[in-house]
Design a protein around this ligand. Structure first.
Ligand SMILES: [Zn+2]
Length: 87
């Protein structure tokens, strides 16, 4: 089972227990980081550019179900920013 991709209007919901807020997400990401070194040689990431990202699995923190998430609308997503077919 694949994990549905999140959008600006949706969030995950565990289909088994209804959890909306806590998930362990395993993902593979390819990123370019801007490392800024100080004079002592310590580095800090100041910018991160995500080139590609794949979510491999999502585990519910409440019931430990793996990849048992569905997309549901975020609160207030309906009607907000939805272009009405009028005018
Ligand atoms: Zn759950």
């Amino acid at each position: 089972m694949t994990v549905p991709a999140l959008t600006a209007e949706t969030r995950w919901r565990c289909t088994l227990c209804g959890n909306l807020t806590r998930f362990d997400v395993t993902r593979t990401a390819r990123v370019t980081e801007f490392l800024h070194f100080d004079l002592a040689g310590e580095s800090e990431v100041e910018e991160t550019e995500v080139l590609s990202e794949t979510i491999e699995s999502v585990r519910c923190r409440w019931c430990n179900a793996v990849d048992q998430v569905e997309l549901v609308a975020r609160p207030g997503a309906e009607g907000a920013e939805t272009p009405a077919e009028q005018g």
